[in-house]
Design a protein around this ligand. Structure first.
Ligand code: ATP
Ligand code: MN
Length: 478
């Protein structure tokens, strides 16, 4: 490999030296005698300008320098004469690595809608917007590992194929090798899964939590960072059928420690991007502002993108119980004017309109809600003494709603088993229950949806635009 990353060249002041750049043509302008070619190799947002003296090259080559084509340029790095860039490359040798027919290439240098770009997701990494998003996504992923590693957590791999459904919600994708057209049946006429690959029903995991708990109850501090799958048919801007989740699980942490960690972690990640991705963020800020100004007044964000990130960093998250939240909602002018579509009373699962009211209208800050009614939360959450609530926590972010869901876990065998009995899960989860039978310990954890985080940081409105190849109902192209 002999090429120089454009990112490095653009920062260089070591002029008049020979360089090699490879990249895709983003734009070409100029006159009959000189062409200014803007080349991008994905290493950063900015393009490098290549100056081509047309007469020095074969006509055949000059013709092929079109938007979308891939070039290799050998030349000299020069201080730029134009004011738009610090340096440029004067071409001495040009190789067309890949042509792109300008009549057919879908990505012309003009604004394309995000919907259109989703249809050509195989090419969208070549756009400025998606380059910026995926570089930021990378940095966030890297920061996740760095954060936990520095704090003594171990990276833990929960299985992706599993026979347990963590939430008992039945919104899973099945994994089977049985012939669909001819499923074997048992005497009762039901499908005979004993003949299946695993000798039992299996599915893709909806969460790595249960197995992460097993890890924490031996290694102390662990975290998962892997794909999870949910067949929920929610065609929203915040749900994917395949998404990545980060799930730390900590022995000896109580509910408060759990909240402290989650808040510190989110702030660390945001700070990391502000420090390391300023060029990409500034670009996304511009698109955020433009998009925001085209929205209806009541849907507009009052803050810019970077301002919003700073705001989250500089303010403590509000922490209130579910019960207090219901009181606030019931006392709100929104409720009195009957502006909520869904009823507000103790016991309901908060709808996104309620969460948004709390975060965006009432507190105007991220909110941690805790102590939810036990009926609306999962079986493994620690039961409070009041007999009505569990030590759950959800973290709500402006524009996103729920970004984190977690809890202190029930560590008392009898209490946990009463719940798994009621749900018919005891037999399947014998291994999970055994961790409470032998050397049980208080412990807590949470799940952060990675794409919701990337959405918040990049300001993108639709979750399908922050993962390379989104999976959603009726859509699994690429
Ligand atoms: P929601 O109510 O928004 O559907 P949930 O209560 O199902 O979320 P959890 O089961 O607690 O979410 O999952 C933990 C985190 O994973 C959520 O806080 C969210 O950030 C993320 N998440 C959940 N479902 C999805 C999804 N379908 N697509 C992307 N991220 C998701
Ligand atoms: Mn959900």
């Amino acid at each position: 490999m002999k090429q120089n990353a454009i990112r490095h060249l653009l920062q260089s002041t070591d002029f008049d030296r020979p360089v090699v750049v490879q990249g895709w043509v983003r734009n070409r302008r100029g006159s009959k005698s000189v062409a200014f070619v803007h080349l991008n190799d994905g290493s950063c947002l900015a393009n490098i300008q290549v100056v081509v003296n047309v007469e020095e090259f074969a006509e055949e080559i000059i013709k092929k320098i079109a938007v979308g084509a891939c070039l290799e340029v050998e030349g000299k790095l020069l201080a730029s004469q134009g004011s738009e860039q610090a340096c440029e490359v004067l071409a001495e040798k040009l190789v067309i690595l890949g042509e792109a027919d300008p009549e057919k290439y879908p990505l012309q240098p003009k604004a394309h809608s995000l919907e259109f770009l989703r249809e050509i997701a195989h090419l969208r990494p070549r756009t400025a917007t998606f380059g910026a998003i995926f570089r930021i996504r990378h940095h966030l992923g890297f920061a996740v590992h760095q954060y936990f590693h520095e704090r003594g957590f171990f990276y833990w791999q929960s299985p992706i194929i599993t026979a347990s459904d963590a939430e008992g919600a039945g919104e899973t994708f099945r994994v089977t090798t049985l012939p669909l057209a001819q499923m074997p049946k048992n005497e009762t006429g039901a499908i005979d899964f004993t003949q299946d690959f695993f000798g039992r029903e299996a599915n893709l995991t909806v969460s790595g939590q249960l197995e992460a708990e097993l890890g924490a109850l031996g290694l102390g501090l662990v975290y998962t960072f892997g794909p999870t799958f949910r067949a929920e048919n929610s065609n929203t801007t915040r749900h994917l059928a395949e998404f990545w989740m980060i799930e730390p699980e900590m022995a000896f942490y109580d509910a408060k420690d759990n909240q402290d960690l989650a808040e510190d972690f989110l702030k660390y990640l945001i700070r990391f991007v502000l420090t390391h991705c300023s060029e990409d963020l500034a670009f996304l800020e511009e698109r955020f502002q433009k998009e925001n100004s085209q929205k209806k007044k009541e849907e507009q964000s009052e803050m810019g993108l970077i301002e919003k990130l700073r705001f989250v960093l500089e303010n403590e998250f509000v922490r209130i119980s579910y019960t207090e939240a219901i009181d606030i909602l019931q006392a709100s002018p929104y409720h009195k004017k009957k502006k909520f579509k869904f009823e507000v009373k103790w016991g309901i699962d908060l709808q996104s309109e309620h969460e948004r009211y709390l975060v965006e209208k009432h507190f105007r800050k991220p909110v941690i809600l805790f102590d939810y009614p036990k009926e609306i939360k999962a079986f493994y959450m620690k039961q409070n003494e009041d007999g009505k609530t569990v030590r759950a926590m959800d973290i709500l972010f402006p524009g996103i709603g729920e970004i984190v869901g977690g809890s202190q876990r029930e560590e008392v065998l009898e209490k946990l088993q009463a719940r798994t009995d009621a749900l018919g899960l005891t037999q399947n989860l014998w291994w999970y229950l055994e961790t409470r039978r032998f050397g049980t310990a208080p412990h807590s954890g949470f799940g952060l949806g990675f794409e919701r985080l990337v959405q918040f940081v990049t300001g993108m409105g639709n979750i399908r635009d922050v993962i390379p190849y989104p999976r959603s109902p009726q859509s699994a192209d690429f």
